[in-house]
Design a protein. Structure first.
Ligand SMILES: Nc1ncnc2c1ncn2[C@@H]1O[C@H](COP(=O)(O)OP(=O)(O)OP(=O)(O)O)[C@@H](O)[C@H]1O
Length: 231
């Protein structure tokens, strides 16, 4: 399972300059991978194009092998229909994944909010609940576009390690501004730099820590430096 970008260039209608220019790289599954880069560099644009498949604006510049279902989750998704979050999760959860749903609800620490309206939850609670909604669906590639924003660091770590453990065969693309976090927990980090910087897309290996890891501060520093050099 893998995907590849061959010379992907994208310009928004009415924009003067491309937001993505000649992106060429490939990423193999499985793994918990990341997209990193400064604000406004085009991470969300890239994620949406990737999620749109060959029928979207990426067209033939995107090559997917063994990736049939791509889901895109993002921070602060607005879900007005969620009068009762627990009932909604039950409704969208395939029967075969009901144990998985229970497990995720526990790990994500959202049991106490299952009877609440989505709009009554804090942003971090909403994001956690929303991410569960995606994880219980069937997918090959799940994009997490700042999907853990507003969640405290310790719980983010618990959630990331659990996702890696529960879904070892899937491909994840985690969009985050947290350099240390992506360097520690991600396998491959796609670093985007602004068009015109002649760096294009660089894929940097992270430390890919799993549950029970022993941190190597020097190795983390090396990964962070490599990522920063690629920006
Ligand atoms: N629908 C749109 N139409 C025109 N320009 C857009 C549109 N969406 C985004 N852009 C522009 O494309 C550029 C990249 O935006 P994008 O949201 O992809 O960046 P990002 O790296 O995800 O940023 P951030 O880290 O701040 O979320 C920005 O300059 C933005 O203004």
């Amino acid at each position: 399972m893998r995907f590849e970008c061959r010379d992907l260039t994208f310009t928004y209608p009415e924009a003067d300059n491309p937001v993505l220019e000649n992106l060429t790289f490939s990423m193999a599954a499985p793994g918990f991978n990341a997209v990193f880069g400064p604000s406004g560099v085009g991470k969300t644009s890239f994620a949406r194009i990737l999620a749109g498949g060959n029928s979207g604006p990426g067209g033939n510049a995107l090559i997917y092998e063994g990736i049939a279902t791509i889901l895109y989750s993002y921070n602060q998704e607005r879900l007005p229909g969620w009068a009762n979050t627990g009932r909604h999760l039950e409704k969208v959860c395939p029967q075969k994944n009901s144990d998985l749903k229970k497990e995720l609800v526990k790990i994500f620490k959202v049991e106490a909010f299952l009877g609440s309206r989505f709009s009554q939850l804090s942003m971090g609670q909403q994001n956690r609940m929303n991410l569960i909604r995606y994880l219980i669906q069937d997918f090959d590639l799940l994009i997490l576009d700042e999907s853990l924003a507003n969640v405290d660091e310790a719980l983010r770590e618990t959630i990331i390690l659990a996702i890696k453990e529960i879904f070892p065969a899937k491909l994840f693309l985690y969009i985050s501004h947290n350099l240390m976090e992506v360097a520690r927990f991600c396998k491959d980090i796609l670093v985007l730099s602004r068009p015109g910087k002649n760096k294009g897309a660089v894929v940097v290996p992270g430390q890919n820590y799993e549950t029970g890891y022993t941190a190597d501060p020097q190795a983390i520093d090396r990964s962070m430096l490599e990522i920063m050099n690629a920006v």
